[in-house]
Design a protein around this ligand. Structure first.
Ligand code: COA
Length: 332
């Protein structure tokens, strides 16, 4: 019997604390105008003290499970994507599993940075299509604010990133016309150091030290122009490749949910591909770049608003550290 993996429930959680560009301008030499002009971001959310990544991950997960009409114990695989892991080990999946109280099902983290949700979707689809697992919970969660450098030294990255979590439940669909039609993934480790957090590093001795911390080695470092250039090249490539794999063309797609790294990147990509911006909803203005959580947060907002209708085609595309990138098409 033919089946196709389908997203049957979505959820998201963003912390309640809003941090505006004006708030950041009180901490570092930046301005609302500079940030908006370069990225389209006005505000982002930061967690308060005492909130862990797994806390917001669980909130998003519970909403997705409820939307799928399930109970936590119905889930038979938990997959977490994150670049801001709660601890070096075990993975954030262990803490989310414990808080959901979902027994001994397999639970693991997948690391593909801002493309993490697409990588996770690909793994969930493969497990469901092979009938190994039937109800996969995919949680993409990021708490980046605690690792950012809010001094002038870190202003090029600190203004871009935010905290948040998005989750989906993936289950088999007997209607093979609906579901996750295609996910295509790429990576290029050649450029790992262009967007990374160098320390703690088990490639180095000491793996971290007070000097390394003082020099800012534990904060994200980015070659912004290099990342921008590669993103606007790789995204159109993978979008074309994904559409071609299904014999579709850009006008066939009802909605494009791009990773929310920078509104200027998405405008550039849409322009190159003749995609009207009305088909490219965004939330980066409110949440900044939530890395792997950006796409599932946006997806859940659209589903709950009723923007996405049954039968519509949704294109997804993301690019991030690694570099990693990918594209997907869903039939809702
Ligand atoms: N506020 C004010 N000035 C800032 C700043 C900030 N927050 N951050 C950096 N600057 C300064 C720099 O120090 C530099 O100053 P200098 O020219 O005196 O050396 C200048 O702004 C650079 O400006 P510009 O050349 O206009 O930057 P840019 O157009 O490359 O924009 C980014 C910077 C980061 C917005 C842009 O490169 C980018 O979006 N890159 C991709 C980032 C991304 O998407 N990352 C995530 C991928 S998942």
């Amino acid at each position: 019997m033919a089946i196709n993996a389908r997203i049957t429930g979505t959820g998201h959680c963003v912390p309640s604390r809003v941090v505006t560009n004006h708030d950041l301008a009180r901490l570092m030499n930046t301005s609302d105008e500079w940030i908006q002009q370069r990225s389209g971001i006005s505000a982002r959310r930061h967690v308060d003290d005492g909130i862990a990544p797994s806390d917001i991950g669980v909130e998003a997960a519970l909403k997705a499970i409820e939307a799928a009409g399930l109970k936590p114990n119905d889930i038979d695989l938990l997959l977490v994507t994150t670049l801001s892991s709660e601890h070096t080990f075990p993975g954030t999946a262990a803490f989310i599993q414990r808080k959901l109280n979902i027994g001994t099902i397999p639970a693991f983290d997948l690391r593909a940075q801002c493309s993490g949700f697409l990588y996770g979707l690909s793994v969930a689809k493969a497990f469901v299509n092979s009938c190994q697992y039937k109800r996969v919970l995919l949680v993409s969660v990021e708490v980046q604010s605690r690792a950012l450098d809010f001094s002038d030294r870190g202003r090029d990255t600190a203004v871009l990133f935010g905290d948040g979590a998005g989750a989906v439940v993936v289950e088999p669909s007997l209607d093979v016309e609906r579901g996750i039609m295609s996910v295509l993934l790429h990576s290029e480790g050649e450029h790992a150091e262009r967007l990374w957090v160098e320390y703690p590093s088990l490639a180095k001795s000491p793996h971290v030290s007070p000097e390394i911390v003082a020099e800012g080695g534990v904060h994200p470092k980015m070659d912004g122009k290099f990342v921008f250039k590669h993103a606007v090249t790789r995204l159109p490539e993978v979008i074309q490749e994904t559409l071609a794999s299904l014999s579709l063309t850009t006008p066939d797609i009802d909605w494009w949910l791009f990773h929310q790294a920078n509104l200027r990147i998405n405008e550039h990509v849409a322009g190159l591909m003749n995609i009207p911006m009305e088909k490219c909803p965004f939330n980066i203005d409110r949440y900044g770049n939530c890395s792997s959580a950006s796409i599932p947060i946006l997806l859940d907002e659209m589903v709950r608003r009723g923007d996405i209708k049954k039968g519509q085609l949704i294109g997804l595309a993301a690019f991030g550290s690694g570099f990693t990138w990918g594209g997907a098409v869903l039939r809702w």
